[in-house]
Write a protein that binds this ligand. Sequence first.
Ligand SMILES: NC(=O)c1ccc[n+]([C@@H]2O[C@H](COP(=O)([O-])OP(=O)(O)OC[C@H]3O[C@@H](n4cnc5c(N)ncnc54)[C@H](O)[C@@H]3O)[C@@H](O)[C@H]2O)c1
Length: 325
Amino acid sequence: MGKILVTGVAGFLGSNLLNKLMSEGHSVIGIDNLSMGYKRNIEAHLGNDQFQFIEADVTEPASFSGLDDGIECIVHLAAFKIPRYGTALDTLQINYRGTENALEFARKLNCKCVLASTSDVYGRNPKLPFSEADSDSVIGSSLAPRWAYAVSKLFDEHLALAYQDAYGFPVTLLRFFGSYGPHQHLTWWGGPQSVFINAVLNDEVIPIHGDGSQTRSFTFVSDTVAGIYQSIVRDEANGEVINIGSTSEISILDLAKKIKELSGTPGELKIEFVPYESFTGKKYQDVMRRIPDTRLCKKLLGVEAKVSLDDGLKRTIEWQRQVTA
Ligand SMILES: NC(=O)c1ccc[n+]([C@@H]2O[C@H](COP(=O)([O-])OP(=O)(O)OC[C@H]3O[C@@H](n4cnc5c(N)ncnc54)[C@H](O)[C@@H]3O)[C@@H](O)[C@H]2O)c1
């Protein structure tokens, strides 16, 4: 496998994938407009002649022109995740236009395209675990803007599969379940663990949305990246939709307690319950439980989440302690 194009390279998953690709001896071209990513995440590779960084916007087709020198796979990670950080229009337009441009470029090169999707596409489906082929997407009301993200990613999935059907190049869709670790964004954009770690390190109150009984399956980034990497190099992943995540479930309230304990910081745990209604004034709908069926990931990619939550959180707390010091 030769040169790989990664969009969203300066973001959390992009920069961790970049580390892995470089360590495996690939040449990488990375695109990012640095809207939510950081140059510091990719700094270690900026002087390396096997890595080319292009600061550009994936919603512009021109950002991909002139790049077609031996690219064998496009990994499209650039996206706008949470509508409340901007608008639902940002989420819909960036995720639709960026994906269309990435797919058009893959069509032009006739190369494989691996695209980021999300566990959010299962929506409020109460039947667990979520399996790629059998679980329905149960999307909430259009009046709740948070569903714009899931809908944009579902659209991207259909668009990618339709491109594959129409033009014959392989696509792989990866549904990530809450990844965390070094390089994560230090706000809710990076996930609750990121906000909770900051609060604990600064002896501040941890904000818990709702009553904290909602659960998540947190996945350490090295396990997520192992899944992305195997999807790039294995033909078995072609044409597939694959969950990538851990099956170990924890409530948000227990996560807050665990982070406090693992941080070793003095004092009591301080928490505040934040009612969903206080978010935007608009209807907010949380997902109460999320667990992936990971059999396909194991079968096709040979990947299973290996890093325990305690271990992963310890490493993440250490990284966050250094980066915010
Ligand atoms: N991190 C997770 O747990 C998780 C879970 C589910 C899905 N995902 C998906 O995985 C992908 C990567 O997520 P992440 O957590 O690394 O997010 P991130 O925000 O850290 O990284 C995305 C990167 O894309 C860049 N970007 C955004 N809009 C762009 C544009 N128009 N042009 C160029 N670059 C642009 C940002 O600057 C950022 O560096 C996203 O598609 C996301 O939806 C992530």
